[in-house]
Design a binder for this molecule. Structure first.
Ligand SMILES: [Zn+2]
Length: 329
């Protein structure tokens, strides 16, 4: 039953409707800041769930207008322990997690309803993917890019970290689950085991980060990392996010050899975050034209889902959407 379902899921459906390669949205925090949100906070963009939920919806609408087939919710760095450390209760934290899904679903529904009166529009009804950031993203110490969780972190600890948030997000009714910026094999295994344990029925994707364009940040090869994922029919797509664009093509080729699952890539803009100075260094920045060119190459290399991560914007996503769907929107 599981296998058959895998071929007719909402995710495969949206890929097909998009013409073989669906468009994922772009940088969330980047666009929030453009709308004036203050996100200099340990909770990063999740702080807006508390303070400026309307801005979150605005950003989702920006990406829908740009042509995104999949919206990723604002829950990347939203965790119950994170909310607790801000003085909120467990109940309040859980409500905020649910709110992250609700805001994206509301934006999707209102955008789609408005389109019903527009004849000949070329949009697809977007899916909402609930973002589940890695343990390192919660720690906010850069370990999502090093993969070093230390000797005291084992698979059970990671499952315990992810369990309640995953349950709450699933209850909120997203179309998909998006595990993002996973830096090592251990956390991929924890995510897969949790999906089985909780018997999650909606499709999931798992995206790794990569700093060298060869391996997971932990130094483990993707062959090892993908073994556990390939065995699970709960995972429908696997790939790379928040990694510089120039590393992506060879990673797609590598993944093609290692898995038969759909491949998803949503790189960052290639800018480098200077953790000491707390600012983005414009080195190797790729603009929208580059992304247009890259998106074609990535699709031709075998990616089925393409979008952007940090520092990409709705205009990046619009460029990707245009070139992949061969249209002017
Ligand atoms: Zn990113």
């Amino acid at each position: 039953m599981g296998l058959k379902k895998a071929f007719t899921s909402s995710l495969e459906d949206v890929i097909e409707k998009a013409g073989g390669c669906a468009v994922v949205d772009g940088g969330f925090a980047t666009q929030l800041e453009r709308h004036g949100a203050a996100i200099n906070d340990p909770l990063w963009s999740a702080v807006c769930l508390i303070k400026q939920p309307d801005l979150i919806k605005r950003v989702h609408l920006d990406y829908l207008e740009a042509g995104a087939d999949i919206l990723i919710t604002s829950s990347y760095q939203a965790t119950i322990p994170g909310f607790l450390s801000r003085g909120l209760s467990i109940e309040q934290g859980e409500l905020l997690l649910k709110k992250s899904v609700k805001l994206a679903v509301e934006a999707r529904n209102s955008f789609w309803d408005a389109l019903k009166v527009t004849p000949d529009h070329r949009y697809n009804r977007a899916l909402v993917a609930a973002s589940i950031g890695s343990y390192g993203a919660y720690l906010a110490d850069g370990s999502e890019y090093s993969g070093c969780y230390g000797p005291r972190v084992d698979v059970d600890k990671l499952k315990d970290f992810h369990r309640r948030r995953l349950q709450v997000l699933v209850e909120a009714g997203p179309d998909l689950l998006a595990f993002e910026t996973i830096p090592n094999k251990l956390e991929a295994q924890a995510c897969v085991e949790l999906l089985e344990e909780q018997n999650v029925q909606i499709p999931s994707w798992i995206c790794f980060s990569s700093v060298d364009g060869e391996n997971a940040p932990s130094g483990e090869g993707f062959k090892e990392c993908l073994e556990v994922i390939n065995k699970s029919n709960k995972i429908h797509a696997v790939g790379i996010n928040c990694t510089p664009p120039h590393l992506i093509q060879s990673l797609i080729c590598k993944f093609k050899e290692l898995t038969s699952k759909a491949i998803i890539v949503y790189p960052n803009s290639g800018e480098i975050w200077d953790g000491k100075a707390k600012r983005w260094l414009p080195a190797k920045c790729f603009d929208d034209e580059n992304f247009e060119c890259f998106a074609t190459i990535w699709r031709d290399s075998g990616a089925k889902l393409i979008g952007g991560c940090c520092r990409t914007t709705p205009s990046t996503v619009q460029a990707i959407s245009k070139v992949l769907k061969g249209q002017s929107q």
